[in-house]
Design a protein around this ligand. Structure first.
Ligand SMILES: *Cc1c(COP(=O)(O)O)cnc(C)c1O
Length: 519
């Protein structure tokens, strides 16, 4: 079989005329309609059910199973967007979205996405769009200044904190000198057991990184936390010493500033002290990676700089503009002290990507992916549009709203706070005076957890608010996160009223009927 020397030939028919992209006039017309759609959507998003109320399969059932052979009017697709897709959207831009971490895809960020798509830049090399690379370098340096981090940090934008943490731990693995990049891990007698230490409240992305890097979940040792869900430094030291007796080598320690469940803040400075002692003792470096995906952003409020205390001693730090900096998903920033470990781990330049550009950054060398989106553009527009003072003011407002929720919980006879709330996320549960837990054989705490589960399900079914939950010390608790620019105090009060109303409905459904009324 010989390969044909030229592309195959076809009989070109009439359908070949009128090829090419959407014309400029059409683009203008549809583009204006789309911008109007977005403006209307953002203006009215608060009227929609925040959590999608569709059954599984409903969205697919509403759409043709095979693609159209012939062109369809753009307006037809927009109609399906309205009629079929929108009911299946959970509205993250909704003012009563309080699940997970509340976020905002802000106006300037949305426009930045559109502009980036228009230029369709692939920023793999500096020369494949110098502006993409240099704006990324510039804007992450802006963010570094906003967070009060020193000039020794160099940043890169990735799609997610999970990817940022994966890259950081890959750099840590490279720095061991075990040459895993070349030799891999399989079948090697000379590779010691490696450990990554993180708290029992750390994000699952640490374990996922260990899975991906071939270290395995067993390489992640989770450390107990104190009564405020912060990593216990004494327990960390004991775990490392104990592991040492079994031949483990500490690879990295990953404290969190703003854990996912309760937003607790691990004592990074004390952990860094311990790391320094350890390095001296062992004679090899131990990577310190700080996960501030959500909470780190609070440091742009000058009075809150201290939440990043100790980060100046980290090898790497991640925070997500797509969480608490109003940038449309996806956008995560990874800061590293020595980018060299990233490039040593990942740089692999095939001949067709070799350039003679000198003194430039080729971001493809810093990570897994070759092709890279122009993500810095939206972040740059967000920062320019709001200004650093404006961004700090907005974060302060979310903190004030969280205090409003804490006050509400504390003044409520049937509720209790489940954890300290250092940022804009509040964990609480119902322990109603009217509730008598425990049927025969049931643990009282399990019954209270079931009650809270039922309460949350009721709240989310209304479509008026969306909250999520977590488990703390075996107890099921609700989480209410603030971080959306459309959440006004009035709307928040209305949401709290929904919570009240649903708890009351639960009471009425539970309290046994009066004996007299039973007859
Ligand atoms: C949200 C979160 C992550 C994961 O972020 P992605 O960008 O979705 O990967 C990691 N760590 C913490 C502390 C988080 O809050």
């Amino acid at each position: 079989m010989t390969t044909p020397p030229r592309p195959p030939e076809f009989d070109l028919d009439a359908a070949q005329s009128g090829l090419g992209d959407m014309g400029a006039d059409d683009f203008r017309a549809h583009g204006h309609a789309v911008v109007d759609w977005i403006a209307d959507y953002l203006e009215g998003v608060g009227e929609r059910p925040v959590l999608a109320q569709v059954r599984p399969g409903q969205v697919r059932d509403g759409l043709p199973t095979s693609p159209p052979a012939d062109p369809e009017p753009f307006a037809d697709a927009m109609r399906d967007l309205d009629q079929v897709l929108l009911p299946g959207i959970t509205h993250w831009n909704h003012p009563a979205f309080h699940a997970y971490f509340a976020i905002t895809g802000s106006g300037p960020g949305i426009l930045g996405e559109a502009l980036a798509a228009a230029m369709n830049v692939n920023g793999m090399l500096w020369r494949t769009s110098p502006s993409a690379t240099e704006l990324e370098e510039l804007v992450v340096d802006w963010l570094r200044q906003m967070l009060g981090l020193d000039t020794g940090f160099h940043g890169i934008i990735t799609d997610s904190a999970s990817m940022s943490t994966l890259l950081a731990l890959a750099a840590a693995r490279e720095r061991t000198g075990l040459d895993v990049r070349q030799r891999g891990l399989a079948g090697r007698a000379d590779v010691p057991l490696l450990r990554i230490y993180t708290s029992e409240h750390a994000h699952s992305s640490v374990e996922k990184a260990a899975i991906t890097l071939g270290l395995g979940r067993d390489s992640v040792r989770t450390i107990a936390t104190d009564d405020a869900y912060r990593m216990r430094v004494d327990a960390l030291g004991e775990a490392i010493r104990e592991d040492g007796r079994f031949g483990y080598r500490p690879l990295a320690i990953v404290p969190t500033v703003g854990t996912t469940s309760t937003t607790s803040i691990d004592p990074v400075t004390a952990i860094a002290d311990l790391r320094d002692d350890l390095e001296e003792e062992l004679g090899h470096p131990v990577w310190l990676h700080v996960d501030g995906a959500y909470g780190g952003m609070a440091a742009i409020v000058p009075e809150l700089r201290h939440v990043l205390d100790g980060v100046d001693r980290a090898d790497s730090f991640v925070t997500n503009p797509h969480k608490w900096l109003f940038t449309p998903i996806d956008c995560s920033t990874l800061f590293v002290r020595e980018p060299e470990w990233l490039t040593r781990a990942f740089s692999l330049v095939p001949e067709y990507l070799v350039t003679d550009d000198r003194g430039v950054t080729d971001f493809m060398d810093w990570g897994v992916q070759l092709g890279r989106r122009f993500r810095s553009l939206k972040l740059w527009l967000v920062i320019r549009y709001f200004g650093t003072d404006g961004l700090a003011a907005r974060i302060r407002e979310h903190l004030a709203q969280a205090r409003r929720v804490v006050d509400w919980v504390e003044q409520h006879a049937d509720l209790e706070l489940a954890a300290p709330a250092p940022f804009s996320t509040v964990c609480f549960r119902a322990v109603p005076t009217w509730f008598e837990p425990g049927g025969p054989g049931e643990e009282p705490d399990d019954a209270i957890s079931d009650l809270n589960r039922a309460w949350l399900a009721r709240i989310n079914r209304t479509g008026d608010a969306y909250l999520s939950h977590t488990e703390l010390d075996g107890r099921y608790v609700l989480r209410l996160a603030l971080g959306n620019l459309r959440t006004t105090d009035e709307r928040l009060d209305a949401t709290l009223a929904v919570l009240d109303r649903e708890l009351d409905a639960l009471r009425r459904s539970r309290v046994p009927t009066e004996p007299s009324a039973r007859a």
